[in-house]
Write a protein that binds this ligand. Structure first.
Ligand code: UDP
Length: 252
């Protein structure tokens, strides 16, 4: 039986959001059989996000993370946790994938996710104009066996697994059936709070696998890049509220 793919996307209102969410949605809409898209906002459901989701034609759930936001930028940590709690509460059975709104995804990636039995990982390319090169992060494989890691600047810090947030996916049974997993753990999602940047991924993964032998390289050989991580965001660019122009020639 083909597994359900559950795509989890934290998002927030900013000028690039409409572009990002439309771009992800247009890829997700083409995936067969359909994926379930869990989109999580902080504080409240916004008009902008609701409007985009309604028009996508993707099967979605729009959640809100009511937990107090920390003053520092938490980069979607609490929102991802909200989605995991929802998946656990409703026992949504499938492969869970954290797809940030600003990345580019191939259709092939979503097909590959269905091959994962427990935990899959693959290399992601980061494109940052300021770096002037594509930076790889993720596994080096021999067949489907993970034998090492592409490292980069971030690796100077002592991370156990060099994986991008959008470079791994796992079976949702991990959230409610610890017996099926090698390592006992309290609750993987709770560990995601209050972590330094660059450590969210490895901390989460350390809860659910013992080592590389518990991982599946996707697709076997890990030789193709299936998604790209962009660093283009322009946080403070003004835009018309709700992307609706209220008055002619309104000043932004
Ligand atoms: N995000 C969010 N609220 C925030 C910051 C980030 O919902 O305050 C989301 C963002 O929309 C994206 C993900 O978290 O889907 C990762 O954020 P970002 O791309 O800024 O982090 P980076 O990729 O730079 O680590």
């Amino acid at each position: 039986p083909r597994k359900l793919v559950i795509v989890v996307t934290p998002t927030y209102n900013r000028a690039m959001q409409a572009y990002y969410l439309n771009r992800v949605a247009q890829t997700l809409r083409l995936v067969e059989p359909p994926v379930l898209w869990i989109v999580v906002e902080g504080n409240a459901a916004s008009f902008e996000t609701s409007e985009i989701l309604r028009k996508t034609g993707v099967m979605y759930r729009h959640l809100v993370c009511k937990r107090n936001m920390t003053s520092i930028r938490d980069r979607g940590v609490h929102q991802r946790n909200t989605a995991l709690e929802h998946i656990e509460l409703h026992k949504l059975d499938g492969i869970v994938y954290f797809a940030d709104d600003d990345n580019i995804y191939t259709l092939e990636l979503f097909q590959s996710l269905r091959q994962i039995s427990r935990f899959g990982t693959w290399p992601v390319a980061m494109l940052a104009p300021s770096k002037n090169k594509a930076i790889l992060e993720g596994p080096v494989c021999n067949g489907s066996q993970v034998i090492g890691w592409h490292t980069n600047e971030k690796s100077k810090r002592l991370r156990r697994f060099h994986v991008d947030m959008s470079g791994f996916a796992f079976n949702s049974t991990i959230l409610w059936d610890p017996k099926r997993w090698r390592r006992p753990f309290t609750h993987p999602t709770r560990q995601l709070d209050n972590l330094k940047e660059g450590f969210q991924e490895t901390t989460f993964i350390e809860q659910v696998v013992a080592d590389e032998s518990d991982m599946e390289g996707v697709p076997p050989d890990c030789s193709r890049i299936l998604n790209w991580h962009l660093h283009l965001d322009a946080r403070d660019v003004p835009y018309p509220q709700g992307w609706t122009i209220q008055k002619n020639l309104e000043a932004l």
